[in-house]
Design a binder for this molecule. Structure first.
Ligand code: GLN
Length: 261
């Protein structure tokens, strides 16, 4: 089948906090420069999801209000997305979108926002400090790279709990719940994270990991051509410096780990 690689942005009119769609711009740019045709497919709330035509899915962040709007329509997507996850389709879910992957998100007011139940996970907004600021994590689940830090910005009231592998360990910031030192989730092809920014511009290794996964899901195993990411890494290092994390973190000196998938 000769068609472009396709990445769906679910509910872009509601789930696009802090320019989460920038993640798709990065994926597209990194594909195009390598001669790979990549199409972003917006799926507005209520529109059908044609999984046979897709290679990856993005769920961006959203405020409680937007999450509630989305949640009311999620049952129509649940079984298709469940099938996609089990089939190993790569999926990136950020903050409000990450929370919606699980069983529920309980707001500060006690409303229960029912999620997609794609993973066993729940989120509860707890009174007190909002978990806001720049964040850096040590991420051991991205194969083939020497630098394993991931950086960005988080802003959430929800505290998330799940039994899966995290995306990484918090070096600075709050992560899933501000308690256990873990950030995000990495299960099958699904990456859930609280990291906005958007996530991918300052984390080219993660962008290429997702691109590789989307291609592999399509049956293309060829490795990606290396790009000159000097500027991207400079932006990444800048966040690490702001957070007082030295360039030679254990993450950077250790050997890359094996892929989880
Ligand atoms: N409404 C959620 C929270 O505050 C998610 C916010 C977001 O997507 N940044 O926990």
């Amino acid at each position: 089948m000769n068609r472009p690689l396709r990445v769906a942005h679910l509910f872009p009119e509601l789930l696009n906090l802090y320019a989460d769609r920038g993640n798709l711009a990065v994926l597209r740019a990194r594909a195009v420069v390598r001669g790979i045709d990549l199409e972003v497919v917006p799926i507005r709330l209520g529109e059908p999801l044609n999984l046979a035509e897709l290679d990856m899915v993005l769920l961006g962040g959203g405020s409680d209000k937007e999450q509630m709007q989305v949640a009311s329509m999620l049952p129509q997507y649940q079984s298709d997305l469940h099938y996609a996850v089990e089939a190993g389709m790569p999926m990136l879910a950020v903050c409000g979108g990450y929370q919606l992957l699980g069983d529920y998100y309980e707001t500060l007011g006690g409303d229960l926002v029912k999620g997609l139940r794609l993973v066993e996970m729940y989120t509860k907004a707890e009174p007190g400090t909002r978990l806001v600021g720049n964040i850096a994590i040590e991420c051991s689940s991205i194969p083939g790279v020497v630098r394993q830090t991931v950086v960005g910005f988080e802003n959430h009231q929800g505290r998330t709990y799940h039994p899966y592998l995290p995306l990484g360990k918090v070096l600075s910031g709050y992560g899933n719940n501000g308690r256990d030192g873990l950030e995000g989730l990495h299960h099958l092809g699904v990456i859930g994270t609280y990291i906005h920014g958007p996530l991918l511009p300052k984390n080219p290794h993660l962008a290429d990991y997702l691109l590789t996964k989307a291609r592999a899901f399509r049956g293309v195993q060829e490795p990606l051509v290396e790009l000159d990411d000097t500027l991207e890494w400079r932006a990444h290092e800048h966040v690490l410096q702001m957070l007082g994390i030295s360039k030679t973190t254990p993450a950077e000196t250790s050997q890359p780990s094996e892929s989880l998938a």
